[in-house]
Design a protein around this ligand. Sequence first.
Ligand SMILES: Cc1cc2nc3c(=O)[nH]c(=O)nc-3n(C[C@H](O)[C@H](O)[C@H](O)COP(=O)(O)O)c2cc1C
Length: 384
Amino acid sequence: MFNKINNCYNTKDFRRLAKKRLPSPIFHYIDGAADDEVTYRRNTEAYEQCDLVPNVLAGVENIDMSTTVMGQKIDMPLYLAPTALQRLFHHDGEKAVGKAAEKFGTMFGISSLATASIEEISDLIKTPKLFQLYVHKDKGLNNSMIDRCKDSNFDVLALTVDTIVGGNRERDLYTGFTSPPRLTLKSLLSFAIHPNWAFNYFIHPRFELSQLKDYFEEGTNISVSISDYFTKLIDQSMDWKAAEEINKHWGKQFALKGIMSVADAKKAVDIGATAIMVSNHGGRQLDGSRSPFDQLAEIVDAVGDKIDVICEGGIQRGTHILKALSIGAKACSGGRLYLYALAAAGQAGVERALNQYKLELERDMKLMGCTKISELSKKNLRFK
Ligand SMILES: Cc1cc2nc3c(=O)[nH]c(=O)nc-3n(C[C@H](O)[C@H](O)[C@H](O)COP(=O)(O)O)c2cc1C
């Protein structure tokens, strides 16, 4: 039943199909999280602890789901969070995801660890683009990525601040996941029983981390674990001063990705950031950290009138997005919700996933008695 994309109606269905299509080290790299994965599970459960209270008889034949976030007008209040290594999940990688985002008029985020270059993505899509920056010890690399984004007219720079070291992702240790994949005794069988993936991986253009390849062997075809990459290359001395300087150098819409405390949200306002992503990296970093939805109200109450607040992580349904917007998030973003679909069927899969979110959001807004996002408010929610 779950062998076909046409039988996928929600994120859980795409996840099942992705699991079938991908060699297990790659599936578990997407699906896994840190330590005991408590935060990962809570990220979704938190939405289930909150009920919606609809209004009716509201005349809802026309729904406007557009929103403006970080200065970008997008057609739906969900955009695609930056994620690494997409070429491993499907041979069309970031290009497939970018084209799908463009079709649905939403923003696409690319990672510093993308397998397509800043220029390729800029040439390919005309809708808003976000670049996610990891700050490396090599300042030349950091500056070059920012300058390339400026030259390529990227709209938003998001500095990830929750990944100063790699999280302890034990599934990757068990499966021996490396980037690019290394054939080991452990993983051999899994690659052998997924010949389609293996065939496509080898006949399509070579795997590389496009932004890093000229700087380190970690950006090339030499296999490394993701945890080694962070430990060796990321600048652990990064602080508020450094973030402020990056913002000045960039000079356009600037977001901090991975803010969880009110104190940090206020500092983000102080350094002139235009947005914060309330996020724990999909539970992949600090296990036991609070879920973004649980933490959202505190942050919106403190800084929601000064900075765009985005809620990210654990989203699996249109109603999850409506709950976050009701608290005051300007938009939501997600990673796995489109990565499973990418793995399942490339661009067509991501389009199908986005279409389902769009239809769910439209239907649920109508059922809530709202015609536009500004009509959602805390009055629509009750916590159990
Ligand atoms: C496979 C994978 C790779 C990711 N790579 C990055 C990355 O390179 N940079 C980054 O800032 N966040 C990265 N993230 C985190 C996402 O941007 C986002 O915070 C997270 O996926 C949200 O949780 P969700 O997957 O439950 O929606 C990654 C997430 C996943 C699942």
